[in-house]
Design a protein. Structure first.
Lengths: 180, 180
DNA sequence: GCGCTTAACGCAATCTGTTTGCGTTAAGGC
DNA sequence: GCCTTAACGCAAACAGATTGCGTTAAGCGC
């Protein structure tokens, strides 16, 4: 159990910051626990005891960075909202940095909690868009349908077939889920 | 460049076998390179030079095990063939062992070649099913459509939302792609 | 077949990351 | 303000990763 405030919180923040800084300085693959510890002003054993190993720590940091920082933009119609969101999602996730974060989030994740969190982020964003559409009186599919037909294909291709992904593909998926 | 025959081939086979055996004996998480090397009758440095690290080796072995060993069964109709295939795919991939293999395949995979191979396996199986349907004169969707609407949702949920997956869900996906 | 070139391997020393016991610090609760 | 204990620091012991160098044996040309 991680104590919420005080020293524990400071250590967590320092370590996360150290990971982000070092990842952008020396590259994600060159990171080591002792390196992160030194930058964070902490001993390696603290990191090992708290996170277990580097992958779990990277998974934590990755989930933080995959959290959307703004609500999806309102473009007036469900179709354009979804199109814009899918486009941005693809942009962020399909980039080398995005793919690295997704992989990290999935891999250092013994109980699947971090992966579930990533999925929840996407679902929340879509929920906002769908509720907005309902508010306008537009007919809208269910969240699960959008996840299955838009989010899942995008993520599948990002992870398993990184080639040939573009905005047009995202648009086709959105058109498909809206019944053409 | 790996020489195709002779000693190199023997070493590769011995190492792969050692990984599979030890994984089932002591558990995948307990594997170490020196342990695998000893079982394979090889020195650790050989493994490090050839694969780089344990993750890459595990990725290789995982892809081997994810290769389907039989053609999809013929049940007489496209709908039943797809249903049966999706069911089996879900069974194999959603199990703890299956998820571990998927994760391994994705993890030690710098260039995305192994992940692409996994995707290709599924596409091949589906291709067989669709061609068979065409041969019968049944109308059939395209491979990409099936990948987007069946494989991708299954894989997305396996990776990001392991809960609440069952055969009924797979059946719904198949029904959806066949136009209900 | 025979020798040549070099990729792949074995060995061993070295280096770096990981683990662990023990003492200390400081949250959180009463 | 005192008490309990989770969290941390330190340092030693351990284990895995890396690398230089010598050796083996594929693959190739003749």
């Amino acid at each position: 159990m991680v104590r919420p405030g005080g020293r524990s919180a400071r250590v967590q923040a320092a370590v996360h910051t150290a990971v982000r800084e070092l990842a952008s300085e020396v590259g994600r693959d060159a990171l080591t626990v002792p390196m992160v510890a030194q930058r964070a002003g902490v001993t390696p054993s603290t990191i090992y005891r708290r996170w277990g190993d580097l992958q779990v720590l990277l998974s934590d940091v990755a989930v933080e960075r995959l959290r959307p920082d703004t609500e999806p933009a309102d473009h007036g119609t469900l179709a354009s909202d979804l199109r814009a969101w899918a486009e941005q999602f693809l942009d962020e996730m399909a980039s080398p940095a995005g793919r690295a974060y997704i992989r990290d989030a999935l891999l250092g994740d013994p109980d699947g909690r971090n992966a579930g969190q990533c999925s929840a982020y996407a679902a929340e964003q879509i929920d906002v868009i769908l509720r907005r559409a309902s508010g306008r009186g537009e007919p809208a599919p269910g969240i699960e349908t959008v996840v299955d037909q838009v989010v899942a294909p995008l993520m599948y291709r990002i992870l398993f077939r990184p080639d040939g992904l573009d905005a047009a593909y995202a648009h086709r998926l959105v058109a498909g889920v809206l019944g053409r």
